[in-house]
Design a binder for this molecule. Structure first.
Ligand SMILES: [Cu+2]
Length: 73
């Protein structure tokens, strides 16, 4: 259990159409971890959905993923 003293953890659900394999998912996971080391990333390759529990804003997370080469639709 993680106590939440620094901010509110939001669950974001993003669609990343260009995510094709587990290496893509790893890259996306690392891009999110770079801006929020406490984030948890759950990528589903079939649905192209990425669920992220993070204290970062949706805008910041989308920008981080996009700059890793995976535009968020
Ligand atoms: Cu890939």
């Amino acid at each position: 259990m993680i106590s939440c003293t620094q901010g509110l953890v939001m669950t974001l659900q993003l669609t990343v159409p260009s995510m094709a394999c587990s290496a893509c998912a790893d890259t996306i996971t690392q891009a999110v971890a770079a801006i929020d080391p406490t984030a948890t990333v759950d990528a589903d390759l079939k649905t192209k959905l990425v669920n992220i529990d993070t204290q970062q804003s949706e805008v910041a997370v989308k920008a981080a993923i996009a700059s890793a080469g995976y535009p968020v639709s």
